[in-house]
Design a protein around this ligand. Sequence first.
Ligand code: PNS
Length: 161
Amino acid sequence: MRNAVIYPGSFDPVTLGHLQVIRRAARMFDRVIVAVLINSSKNPTFSVSERIDLLQQATEDFENVEIAGFNGLLAAYARERGVTAIVKGLRAVSDFEYEFQMAIANKKLNPDLETIFITADSDLMYLSSSMVREIGSMGGDISHFVPACVHDRIVERLRKK
Ligand code: PNS
């Protein structure tokens, strides 16, 4: 698929930082495939279907964004989908080393694959899904961290946990 990009991640749950990367990628590419990792060793809080549902709701205004689940290697999934670009969000320098290693490994596994980094806006640099989970599960206000349209669903789910 020409001029398409995959944005992979755990999205446990989607944050405003993720949404910003999606919005910016959707302006640069004809199609953005937001790919949720299914077989994660991370033991996610939100199930795959919850994470996909939340992303679908948060991106329903974007015509060129698709939400999908993927299993196994990202490099293989990209090949299977005929996509030659991955987009990742970079928050701070601390993200860089891990992301750099993944970009090199993915390129070795699939030489056609380019990794493109989008830097977070300064007001979202500190934000992560794990922070949202921790604050939300302790009853804190997460309205500045998650898309407004999925805020209540995330709060309700984290309180039930
Ligand atoms: O949101 P995350 O948890 O930082 O996303 C990590 C993700 C899903 C992008 C990464 O773990 C991944 O690509 N996993 C798929 C398995 C794979 O391809 N591993 C080798 C990458 S070097």
